[in-house]
Design a protein around this ligand. Sequence first.
Ligand code: FPP
Length: 225
Amino acid sequence: MNSATHIAIIMDGNGRWAEMQGKKRVKGHEAGAEVVRKITQYCAAHEDIQRLTLYAFSTENWKRPRLEVEFLMKLLNSYLKKELNTYIKNNIRFEPIGDLRAFSSSLQATIKDVKTKTAHCDGLVQSLALNYGAKDEILRAVNKIRKSEDDITEAMLSNALDCKHDVDLLIRTGGDHRISNYLLWQSAYAEFFFCNTLWPDFTIKELKKIIKDFTKIERKFGGLK
Ligand code: FPP
């Protein structure tokens, strides 16, 4: 049976969720952050899940209205500060991926603080993808290793990426069927699950069902069995 060792999620639908209730889009992000908390705790309590990588802010998300971007930055900052003790209590290691240099120095400091203070945790690794784009990640990795005299190998490139771990199960909420520049290299053999549920409505029950369906898939990795 397959094990969903590394789960990645594209958390889509916050804005629509809020608009459907006559609320401002940012209320959807606030509700979405609560779901991040619940899903992370669930994964942390299940030993076979080792990594949870969540798409929180893409390299393209800067194109959103200034106020929405500012809200997301503040939400992230307060989320991380508030969650620090929960991360430690639940043995969760926080490992951000993405190019963090674009963030304000105070947000960078919070990210670094949570990363440092959870570095000893050896349970679930929760990665938030922050100012993350897979093309950007691959370019930064290639630029890191291109001065090597040797031909670049798959292992070398993989090791130079922010996220060095293949994805087993990639979930996208919100009804769209696209990958949106997320973990392109790491998802080469991932199983994709798309659901219509908007992220703030996503539940542990739905995650459990997806994991159950995933475990029944015969993964062949290009081979015959
Ligand atoms: C997509 O919804 C979601 C995002 C761009 C950001 C994801 C952010 C969160 C889940 C909340 C903050 C996270 C943390 C960890 C504090 P959308 O706005 O594109 O929704 P739409 O497609 O309905 O417009």
